[in-house]
Design a protein around this ligand. Structure first.
Ligand SMILES: Nc1ncnc2c1ncn2[C@@H]1O[C@H](COP(=O)(O)OP(=O)(O)OP(=O)(O)O)[C@@H](O)[C@H]1O
Ligand SMILES: [Mg+2]
Length: 264
């Protein structure tokens, strides 16, 4: 489904700030894989997701979605296939627009008519039904500005927008890290639900090791721009958080405990 082949990304190449973020990294995801991504700060997790989304070109290597090469495709062309939710609740939605205007943008993404056509009754009913599934009472607030929503409500709305058109790939970059634990749990529940309903292929970065082992079907650990551990099936089912920390230390990542890694 997603095939990342030996990609390399060096930021500020040839300058004093040169930083190698991805070193010949390869990753193959099967359709429906839900992969959690862990690793210390600066390991290259976000750079991996951003490379797949096309935020910048990679220096070397190739990226394929369903066998089609997207390495040189601009970000806006990939956007039709990729849903994204970021850590910052302000990033995924347009605050000055209403909930229904945000949703219609997501629904008509890639269509030429976009916002020129008024929102139809049918679309509004569809939005209400989808918002109802979030269980946050947003179905009665279609014409509210998004700036009025809480961080958790915005993340849930962003998740809905990212998956409204059933993307081929869902990229989540610490999308619950800025939320309080209860709201984070709700958004994670919604994430599991939509991933399962649509059988989405998902990459989810998290610093929470409990989430990393408890969600999805596969966990990869990154360190210094490489994947140093890829846990699947029985090996993953038998893995514990202390076991994960031990493997990390063995791989040379002694600073695992000194950064934002959350253990439970
Ligand atoms: N746009 C950029 N310009 C320059 N350097 C960058 C850029 N983006 C990332 N880097 C550097 O590349 C390395 C990998 O960064 P990345 O953001 O991918 O790490 P991460 O694993 O997501 O870390 P975190 O857990 O802190 O989010 C870091 O050293 C970072 O400083
Ligand atoms: Mg990051």
């Amino acid at each position: 489904m997603l095939s990342v082949r030996q990609i390399q990304k060096i930021f500020n190449q040839g300058t004093i700030n040169e930083k190698s973020a991805l070193s010949s990294l390869s990753l193959e995801l099967a359709a429906g894989d839900f992969v959690t991504v862990i690793g210390s700060n600066g390991a290259g997790k976000s750079t991996l997701l951003n490379s797949v989304a096309g935020d910048f070109p990679v220096d070397r290597g190739q990226i394929f979605i369903e066998g089609e090469e997207i390495t040189y495709l601009p970000q806006h062309k990939r956007a039709a296939w990729i849903g994204r939710v970021f850590q910052d609740p302000m990033q995924g939605t347009a605050a000055s627009m209403t909930i229904e205007e945000n949703l219609v943008m997501a629904l008509r993404r890639g269509s030429r008519r976009r916002l020129r056509r008024a929102i139809t009754h049918k679309e509004r009913e569809y939005f209400r039904a989808e918002l109802c599934k979030l269980g946050l009472g947003l179905e009665g607030r279609l014409t509210n500005k998004v700036s009025l929503l809480s961080g958790g409500q915005r993340q849930a709305l962003t998740l809905l927008m990212a998956t409204l058109r059933e993307p081929k790939l869902l990229l989540l970059d610490e999308h619950t890290a800025a939320l309080d634990p209860k709201t984070a749990a709700k958004v994670l529940d919604l994430t599991c639900q939509v991933a399962e309903d649509q059988r989405l292929t998902t990459l989810m970065i998290t610093h929470n090791l409990d989430q990393a082992l408890g969600m999805g079907n596969r966990t990869i650990m990154m360190h210094e721009g490489r994947i140093i551990l890829d846990l699947q099936e029985r090996e993953r089912a038998n893995m514990t958080i202390p076991g994960l920390l031990e493997m990390f230390e063995k791989a040379g990542g002694a600073n695992m405990l000194t950064d934002r890694m959350i253990l439970v």
